[in-house]
Design a protein around this ligand. Sequence first.
Ligand code: SF4
Length: 235
Amino acid sequence: MEKKRWSYSRLTTHETCGWQYKLIYEDLMPKEQNGYGEFGTLMHMAIELIINGEDGYSFYVDNMNIENIPNGKFEEYSVVVPEFLRAFKPTSFHGEIVGTEKEFSLDIDSENEFTGIIDLILKSDNSYTLVDWKISKIFNKITLKEKQKQLYLYSNYVYQTYGVYPNKMFFYFPAVYANKKYIEINWLEADYKEAYNWMLNEINSVNTTERKPNTDNWIMCNRLCAVKNHCQYTL
Ligand code: SF4
């Protein structure tokens, strides 16, 4: 029997709005791209090119579609990100690169597996570091507590592959103005367990609860939701 494939994005979609989950993962409605997603993808591709020794800066600049830049993001996406890409080098990080855009799939149990793509894995001596690129603004403490679950779940791949958990994980924000564009997370067992339990609880919730719309978040319903045009509850 084929296992159910869970990703961080799939789990957070259900956590955010049960109806969005139904439209995307059960009804298979086509997802609408938005400027945030398009620029995020373009930035990831450009960084990967640079890591592979190619001209990711020109790739980004040649492919940015100014018309698709979301409101209020012009400076960040058309100036700050290109500046970052122009200066970025594969040697900017400490350690040997052992993986980029690494797609993985790990068994959870006999019926479920967890899948993801790790942006960058670095090795230094016998310790590992994970890096995840974000085109968003830098996370505050509350957002970080939620978002770090992604990296903790990805850290299981490092353990399964190399026999140790990473000792550091980074969110990196190339679109922020500040000189310090990253958040460094020291891997902690308690936080790993919290993330893993969250995953198990969310899978259980998908399997046992009714799909309900969540219209409390205006920005989600009116801007970010990729299936808002198929939703009868859109505000
Ligand atoms: S528009 Fe709002 S209620 Fe509808 S699916 Fe999207 S997030 Fe859920």
